[in-house]
Design a protein around this ligand. Structure first.
Ligand code: UT7
Length: 322
């Protein structure tokens, strides 16, 4: 039996219709385009309306990925959705998507909760299922409706986040030069208080709001997003120079700049979507992937490095051949 690899064969995304600029926010809260732009690189963000639910956005992104792969709903045997803003406590967004899209042959469907690292967590889980021959083809979605948990009394967090969904179809391949080479997941719950939701179904019977100690989170984000890439390269006899494209979690342009600088990696080869998406948590990496893919950025065989960091703390990295 040849060794199976897990290749991303297509991408899709959905951004809500409403686009809100920094100037729009400055009319509502005490902030300015200048502050937001210089501290974060964010120019605007999308917010979903009541029809653009988490499941709706996830479904749209997944439909676009399926269409790009020339596949139909019956071709999928696993659904994983990374999110911290599901429509309901249960069932999962993955199961609601299954119903919505008629993914009748999918025998496995669940949500992953690893905040901004959720997409890379999901990739690692699907890769393991494919490499052990349990499934052939999966849809992985990162989706958030962060506008539903923003605290408009806290200007240090409410300007940072946006809504959206990104999806990929991942397929088993026996091509040794394609797919996930390695991925690694990490967590440190001791630092949970630095970035957390203030509510939860069992604790407060409310969803709560985002609460963050920005400076501390910034420091840890840079350290872990750099630290997760180097060991993956070393273990696979690769160097930073071998990476064709770095796809970091899109939280803040200054974090992306610091990560690329510390890795000694060029900004021109780093995918950047934070300016118009803001921080979309679990959706940020798949949204960036789809944006770049649809612009024709990646060539077959390119080495992609993904690096994510988020609440928990959680962080994760992956190397894959396009
Ligand atoms: O996705 C998970 C990962 N999340 C992140 O990675 C986010 C990490 N953190 C960050 O991106 C940055 O720390 C922030 C963008 C959140 C903040 O940037 P900062 O340079 O660390 O600013 P700060 O928190 O130190 O605040 C500086 C000043 C304060 O005023 P004083 O006390 O110096 O007078 C704040 O009150 O900026 C003020 N400020 C604002 N001013 C205008 C905070 N938020 C705003 C705002 N508009 N929206």
């Amino acid at each position: 039996m040849p060794q199976l690899n897990s290749a991303i064969i297509s991408t899709g995304s959905y951004l809500p219709k409403q686009y809100v600029t920094n100037d729009d926010l400055a009319q509502k809260i005490e902030t300015s385009d200048e502050w937001i732009r210089t501290r974060t690189g964010i120019e605007g963000r999308h917010y979903g309306d009541e029809t653009e639910t988490t499941t709706f956005m996830a479904t749209k992104a997944a439909e676009r990925a399926l269409e790009q792969a020339n596949l139909t709903a019956e071709d999928i045997d696993m659904i994983v959705v990374a999110t911290v803003t599901p429509d309901y406590t249960f069932p999962s967004v993955a199961c609601l998507m299954q119903k919505q899209m008629g993914l009748t042959n999918a025998s496995v469907a669940f949500d992953v909760q690893a905040a901004c690292s959720g997409f890379v967590y999901g990739l690692n889980l699907i890769d393991a299922q494919i490499k052990t021959g349990q499934i052939k083809r999966a849809i992985l979605v990162g989706v958030e409706k962060f506008s539903s948990i923003l605290n408009w009394e806290d200007r240090s967090t409410c300007v940072l986040f946006g809504d959206g969904a990104g999806a990929v179809v991942i397929e088993a391949t026996d091509n040794p030069n394609r797919g996930v080479i390695a991925s690694k997941l990490h967590a440190n719950g001791n630092l949970a208080d630095l970035l957390h939701g203030t509510g939860g179904i069992a604790a407060t019977q409310t969803a709560g709001h985002v609460s963050m100690q920005g400076r501390e989170v910034f420091r840890h984000a840079v350290r872990e997003m750099v630290g997760v890439v180097s060991p993956l390269l070393e273990k696979n006899n690769l160097k930073t120079d071998d990476i064709d494209w770095l796809i970091p979690h899109q939280a803040n342009m200054r974090i992306i700049e610091a990560v690329t600088k510390q890795l000694d990696f060029p900004m021109e080869k780093t995918i950047q979507t934070v300016a118009t998406h803001a921080n979309t948590s679990a959706a940020s990496i798949p949204l960036a992937l789809d944006d770049a893919n649809r612009k024709g950025t990646f060539k077959q065989g390119d080495l992609l490095a993904l690096s994510a960091f988020g609440a928990g703390f959680t962080w994760a990295g992956a190397l894959l051949r396009w």
